[in-house]
Design a protein around this ligand. Structure first.
Ligand code: GSH
Length: 315
């Protein structure tokens, strides 16, 4: 089987979702460690410029954003599923959680460890990723609000677990669990579980659920260098397992498009539309280092526009 390659860094919570998904599916994977602060020229070559982490690569197919990575893993190996109660509930819960908790989670995080974050990291996150200052001093005035929000959301998890049992959507682990776990994991991993559990008032049901999710583990992994990953893309041909000509807005295959996140790190990826349905869009990108690759994005949270109208809207 073609290597499953994850480009990630240890303390990236969105990467933790995917490491756990690989563990859940019992897949063997190759780990490419990337810098927490760009430049990441070899990763840029693989993604066409998408700047967030994690990125999953299978040969010459590159998957950007955890939602489409989950979908790719599910296609590759359907069982055990990431969607025990179907995709809708899981994806809706995940999109809400990722967006609602990211800023408050960062606010709580920097209150604990902000003084250890390098200047270059803070500058990059402000100028190229989030658009706001995430220094300890910068976030301190709103800290009470961040705690209030995280505590409210954590209580919703408690309420779900009270009805469903072991996991958020039922008695089997799914993608929604991995998503709702990740920002709490980030806080506990950096500030200590006892500190965070007390600060956010995490209930015994929530902490026991976190223990169950953590026990999934990361599966079997072995290290790979970024150069080896780029060479693997160059040696491969894009896969045609996902082949759809069903763009809901009527975009025709072959059109030059840009795909841009609609929340942060709004760097457009330009390429030729090669596949699209309501959930996923794929563009072909050609770079000397990689040859032709297919870069996959979810529809939720991304804007796909014809290259000409994207240029106009930016003007
Ligand atoms: N919606 C994206 C969010 C990914 C994201 O924001 N990842 C963080 C790391 S956990 C990131 O890219 N931070 C900036 C960076 O590393 O360049 C996903 O689900 O993959």
């Amino acid at each position: 089987m073609t290597d499953i390659i994850l480009h990630h860094y240890d303390l990236s919570p969105f990467s933790e979702k995917i490491r756990l998904a690989l563990g859940h599916k019992g897949l063997a994977w190759r780990s490419v460690k990337v810098e927490a602060v760009p430049p990441r020229p070899l990763l840029d070559a693989l993604t066409g410029g998408y700047r967030r982490v994690p990125v999953l690569q299978i040969g010459a197919d590159v998957y950007c954003d955890t939602e489409v990575i989950f979908r790719a893993l599910e296609r590759l190996q359907p069982e055990p599923t990431l969607y025990p109660t179907g995709e809708g509930l899981s994806k809706a819960l995940s999109l809400w959680w990722d967006r609602a908790t990211w800023k408050p989670a960062i606010g709580v995080l920097v209150a604990h460890i902000g003084e250890h974050l390098p200047e270059a990291f803070l500058k990059d996150r402000k100028e190229h990723y989030l658009g706001y200052d995430i220094s300890k001093a910068g976030m301190a005035p709103m800290l009470p609000v961040y705690v209030q929000q995280m505590a409210a959301f954590a209580e919703w998890l408690d309420s779900m677990l009270g009805r469903t049992g072991a996991y958020l959507t039922g008695d089997a682990l799914g993608a929604a669990d991995l998503t709702c776990y990740h920002s709490l994991w980030l806080l506990r991993a950096n500030a200590g579980a006892d500190t965070i559990d007390a600060q956010l008032g995490l209930s015994p049901a929530v902490t026991a659920w976190m223990d169950r999710v953590a026990a999934v583990g990361h599966g079997t992994l072995s290290e790979m260098t970024p150069e080896e990953a780029v060479a693997a893309a160059h040696a491969a041909t894009p896969d045609s397992t996902f082949a759809a000509d069903a763009d809901p807005s009527g975009l025709k295959l072959g059109t030059q498009v840009t795909v841009t996140p609609d929340d942060n790190a709004r760097v457009p990826v330009s390429g030729t539309l090669v596949s699209a349905d309501k959930q996923e869009v794929v563009v072909a990108v050609e770079r000397p280092e990689t040859g032709r690759i297919h870069v996959h994005f979810p529809r939720a949270g991304f804007e796909t526009l014809p290259a000409s109208s994207a240029a106009q809207s930016a003007a």
